[in-house]
Design a protein around this ligand. Sequence first.
Ligand code: SF4
Ligand code: SF4
Length: 443
Amino acid sequence: MNTFLSIVQILIFGGLVGTTFYFGFKKFKEIYSNIMLGKPETINTTLGFRLKSMFLIAFGQKKMFKLTFAALLHLVIYVSFCITQIELIEIFLDGFTAGHRRIFHLAEGTFFQSIYVFAISFIEFLTLLTLVVTIIFILRRTTFLINRFNKPELKGFPAKDALTILTFELILITCIFLMNGADSAIRIKELGHGYGFLIGDIIGSMLAGLSLGVLEVLEKIGWYGHLCMVLGFLLYLPYSKHLHVLLAFPNTFFTRPEAKGEIHNMPAIMHEVKSMIDPSYTVPATDGEVQFGAKDVFDLSWKSLLDADTCTECGRCTQACPANITGKKLSPRKIMMDTRDRMEDITKGKKEHGPDFIDNKTLLGDYITAEELRACTTCNACVEECPVNISPLNIIVELRRNLIMEQSDSPSEWNTIFANMENNQAPWQFSPEDRLKWTEELN
Ligand code: SF4
Ligand code: SF4
């Protein structure tokens, strides 16, 4: 390649990569700010606990295997996603130096050549498996309509999002095979043999009848196509549920240590109860007005907001939710999706109308209804099922506390119980003084 063309290639490559990283960085910064809209929460765990949780749950996919078939399909995509990135090392090296298969030529004639050929062949094998799995995934979402993918919250963008990524994958796979196949065909034409790639050489021998010029164009289409799909994926990722491929790691790293289902006491209520039990107890002074529960994302903790951004929309929580199974409006997946939508709408509003913009909406009421919140039995099944340690229950409990304690919005049957607890320190309509009256008639 002459010097002018080399410079043009480096500039195009650098421009594509630079633009992607610039816009990608901006969007990831925005996601970080969204998460930081939440209140502080201290997660009291050791580094060992955090690493163990991250390696077992995010890296090791431990909880995925509760659904074996889905887990195996996901594992193929996951391993393939991680390992095929090795090929990117050479693509970046070639792109920034206007070279062609630099690593192969460095290794050529040495022991490392076999390792290189094995690595590319293994990547091709995984890519072929990924092709099969991608087709199964598309069929599961379009033809077989698996129950957990056929819920109201998945209509519209979420359904398109899943199919968009699967289409990305199909194009990427085509580009990888086109790139390796055309490249092998060129080598077959020039040297009489290919590189030794498992699938690239087979495609190469099929394409070897084409002219050298056409093969070079095909190889470039495959090469740039591969690059553009990877960069496009990086740019699309922050807008998609596939953000979990990155956020699953910090989210599991910051797993809450409490036993599942443990509900935190509200300090203000705790003090009130203590003063009821012991009239000599002095309630500590508080700074400003006490708010019970959460009305909007600002009142939730940053960990709950990280949970929302990490949600994969897999629906395992909704599938296990007794409220959802029995036809109630509640879907824990929707709770997570609504929380994420609310964060994004706040940021979008501020971008469009300035940093002081207030849209007069709240997560509670405008996104999540009282009917959904009331349907939760706090059974914890959603938390148990989530493959990336998300707790929809935490958000539900916080919103429900606000609904009931700040807005007094609860069914009348509940109000009687609450009034009794407040006045009689028990759910029944008896004064505390009368509590032992039943013993009077006993012998
Ligand atoms: S805790 Fe609530 S939301 Fe979660 S599974 Fe149970 S009923 Fe459904
Ligand atoms: S909360 Fe967990 S289980 Fe539910 S949809 Fe999101 S990732 Fe899946």
